[in-house]
Design a protein around this ligand. Structure first.
Ligand SMILES: [Zn+2]
Length: 255
């Protein structure tokens, strides 16, 4: 069995004390493919180091996270463009809109999101979307930017069935993580109405640990708890779910 974690911040300083052990635990649990979303330029060095340390397992994205869209966002977008011109990345992410932490930056968040969608099209890369309290705003941008060559993942999907269908209509797969294991998470109520070809698994480590680790530091090995829950919801073996979601991740990231 091969399990793919499509969204994990393994370079986070939350793992500085035991990164090697944490990676070994994941690989021991058959979690061997890790897709690493960017946040902003302050993490670039740590991401490149992570890749140098685990070259057979990690795949880097580049991008500017919506909560890092501040006054200097144009310089940050230049950094993303620089990176793209220098070497291979597997996606532009995470990008999007977050109105939970700061509503005052909505306009520049939208601008940064659109700009990065266009970069993704230019480089023929998938996007990885971060959406918090901002479904309408995200869909509004996707509506204006949608095209055959725009595709990717709606990371940490927490919407309802209608929003799930809408996200899929924009060529997005749904990133399912710890929230599916939460008692009042909501998505467990309808997830099995969504065809598995639209689903990928993720942890968003070190955030959003699944039950029974809820509230603790998350790590990629805990994706097995997400896999267990998704397998239960669809009535299919964990091996089958791992196989389908890994195939889906290959279709998106081309690796
Ligand atoms: Zn993330």
């Amino acid at each position: 069995m091969i399990v793919t974690d499509t969204h994990t911040h393994l370079y986070s300083d939350a793992f500085d004390e035991d990164r090697k052990g944490m990676m070994a635990r994941a690989i021991e649990a058959n979690v061997t493919r890790f897709f690493i979303p960017a946040i902003d330029s302050t993490y670039t060095k740590a991401m490149l180091q992570l890749e140098a340390d685990f070259p057979d397992h990690v795949y880097l994205m580049t991008g500017l996270h919506p909560t890092s869209v501040k006054e200097n966002y144009k310089a940050e977008l230049n950094h993303v463009e620089d990176q793209l011109s220098q070497r291979k990345f597997i996606a532009i992410g995470e990008i999007g809109i977050d109105l939970y932490w700061d509503k005052s930056t909505l306009q520049i968040q939208k601008d940064a999101f659109k700009h990065q969608i266009r970069l993704a099209k230019q480089y023929q890369l998938p996007i990885v979307i971060h959406c918090r309290d901002a479904f309408d705003e995200i869909f509004e941008v996707l509506e204006t930017e949608k095209s055959e060559d725009l595709f990717g993942i709606f990371h940490c999907f927490t919407g309802d069935l209608e929003q799930a269908k809408r996200a899929i209509s924009f060529n997005m797969k749904l990133g399912i993580g710890g929230v599916v294991t939460f008692k009042n998470g909501g998505i467990d109520k309808f997830l099995n109405q969504i065809d598995l070809r639209h689903i990928v698994l993720e942890t968003d480590s070190p955030y959003l640990a699944p039950t029974p680790f809820r509230g603790k530091r998350n790590e990629s090995a805990y994706i097995i708890n997400v896999l267990e829950k998704v397998s239960e919801l669809y009535g299919l073996s964990e091996e089958k779910i791992a196989e389908i979601t890994t195939e889906n991740s290959k279709a998106i990231f081309k690796v």
